[in-house]
Design a protein around this ligand. Structure first.
Ligand code: BYC
Length: 474
């Protein structure tokens, strides 16, 4: 399908041939822009930002890079090219033709999945709306805005599906996606992590590393869906998502690198001394990591979930990279969960594999998270320091699943509520940590300059130098 970049809404879905749908989306467009102006990045809408814009799904060149004012960014609808004769790859309908329309019996469940996915996209923009003011450099400012406009495009992707395939209910859901707001007492975002404030850049890097990575795994699961338009949408979204995780991965790496430099310079790792020198001590970075990792684990849902079993059975949501599994029915297999035994320990229980799908995906997510840790720890190792960053146990500080509200230490050992309360300051960011990190957050907007708490990036964007003027502030 040709991309039409000149339409009011750029698209490769031949929007122009469906006037009703086109009009409905053109009606939603000003509402989206209103939302962007009200709850998107505050104050930088006149700046010219060196942004990547998706203009097609051609693997050789799907994007252009140029200076764009964010409100002028062309939020388009792009679905990956259709796979000829695509077949359903898992579940009870394995081998049958993928669906081009929504089967009536799965309509409300599919809508719910699409709405949940869609809800996270504007939520993250809302969470990050004030960060521009305290960007550590123009390079970082540009990356923040790149992430923001693309999350906006991902919202468009889900809104397209709602409008095109779910009739009036879909249109209503699309409106509500702009009415719920992150952290709103009355109308919060659907999933927990998306109501957490992101008020400093260390949180932003943690979020883009850990929470966007949940996005990767959820999109990969939905990319397996029998509902082909959803699969194609998610496949293309994954192309953009990679950069978001890169921002988190390199962001955390750069913070650690700078801390190591200061540790070397001063010959100490004492947190008080490191802070006096304006860097972020390693224990504080670890506490932020513990917070965002544990929060992001909740996003996979319960470890034993009848919802997940029926998504899989019905072919609505599969496992990431389903073709790598041998048994696509997963009807006879079992999976072992470690559950709290209520006596201060853990016990094993086997459950049907289909009910364990959330856990299966969460386990591969944890393995993927380890990769960044290995890179950051290499920095410490190469500098001759014995300290290492680590992932806490997946049982730690959970609010969803069998370990929800079971106090444990970082290794996952159940402990009493009092001990947990007493040791929280060791494990999770304290008010003091947050205040200190906030005190470092001062915008650095001079070309080529970098805040003192973070190392410069190794390379720039799209072969530009690191000191390129990524944002023209005027
Ligand atoms: N917070 O059966 P259960 C991204 C709800 S991130 C609050 O265990 P299920 C991005 C659950 O909805 C990826 N509620 O769960 C990243 C269910 O409610 P209903 C977003 C939660 O259904 C960064 C009930 O508890 N995409 O793209 O197996 C920036 C029972 O739950 C939470 C998706 O999530 C929670 N943490 O799985 C921008 C994909 N966890 O339905 C973007 C779509 C569970 O009974 N969503 N609940 O009212 C899904 O696949 C599933 O809804 C979930 C939950 C995996 C989230």
């Amino acid at each position: 399908m040709e991309s039409n970049y000149h339409d009011k809404i750029p698209n490769n879905v031949d929007l122009g041939s469906n006037r009703t749908l086109q009009r409905a989306l053109e009606h939603w467009q000003p509402e989206f822009l209103n939302w962007w102006h009200g709850l998107g990045p505050s104050d930088f809408n006149a700046a010219e930002v060196y942004l990547r814009t998706a203009i097609s799904v051609d693997t050789k060149g799907w994007a252009t890079f140029d200076y764009v004012k964010m409100p002028d960014y062309r939020w388009g609808i792009f679905l990956a090219e259709p796979e000829a004769d695509r077949k359903i790859g898992f579940g009870d309908n394995f081998g049958q033709a993928a669906w081009q329309q929504v089967p009536g019996e799965h309509r409300s469940t599919l809508r719910r999945l699409i709405v949940t996915q869609g809800d996270t996209e504007p939520a993250s923009v809302e969470q990050q709306r004030l960060l521009g003011h305290t960007a550590p450099s123009l390079y970082d400012l540009r990356n923040l805005f790149q992430v923001n406009v693309e999350e906006g495009r991902h919202l468009w992707a889900m809104v397209y599906l709602l409008h095109a395939y779910f009739g009036r209910d879909g249109r209503e859901e699309a409106e509500e996606l702009l009415e719920r707001h992150s952290g709103d007492a009355d109308k919060p975002r659907i999933l927990s992590t998306f109501n957490e404030p992101i008020s400093d850049w260390l949180s932003f890097y943690m979020f883009t590393y850990f929470t966007d990575r949940d996005g990767k795994f959820q999109l990969k699961s939905l990319a397996e869906s029998s509902f082909d338009p959803l699969s194609r949408t998610c496949r293309f979204m994954l192309t953009e998502e990679a950069h978001h995780m890169f921002v988190g991965d390199t962001g955390i790496g750069r913070v650690i690198k700078r801390t190591i430099e200061i540790m070397k310079e001063l010959g100490t790792d004492d947190p008080v001394t490191i802070r006096k020198a304006g860097a972020i001590d390693l224990p504080t970075i670890q506490r932020y990591l513990n917070f965002w990792f544990s929060s992001s684990l909740d996003l996979f849902g319960g470890d034993s979930s009848s919802n997940a079993a029926s998504y899989f059975a019905n072919g609505l949501k599969g496992r990431p990279d389903e073709e790598r599994y041998e048994d696509h029915l997963a009807a006879e297999q079992a999976h072992t969960l470690e559950l709290p035994d209520g006596k201060g320990g853990a016990r094993s229980e086997q459950i049907a594999m289909r009910n364990a799908m959330n856990e299966v995906v969460r386990e591969s997510y944890v393995r993927d998270c380890e990769k960044g840790l290995a890179r950051w720890n290499k920095l410490l190792e190469d500098s001759g320091y014995p300290q290492r960053m680590f992932l806490p146990s997946p049982r730690f500080r959970r609010t969803v699943g069998s370990w929800a509200n079971v106090p444990t230490d970082l290794s996952g050992k159940p402990i009493g509520a009092e001990e947990f309360a007493a040791r929280q300051t060791e494990w999770l960011p304290t008010e003091g940590d947050r205040a200190y990190v906030r005190s470092l957050m001062k915008g650095v907007f001079e070309r080529g300059k970098m805040a003192g708490w973070i190392a410069p990036p190794e390379r720039g964007i799209n072969t530009k130098p690191t000191d390129f003027e990524y944002v023209l502030l005027h």
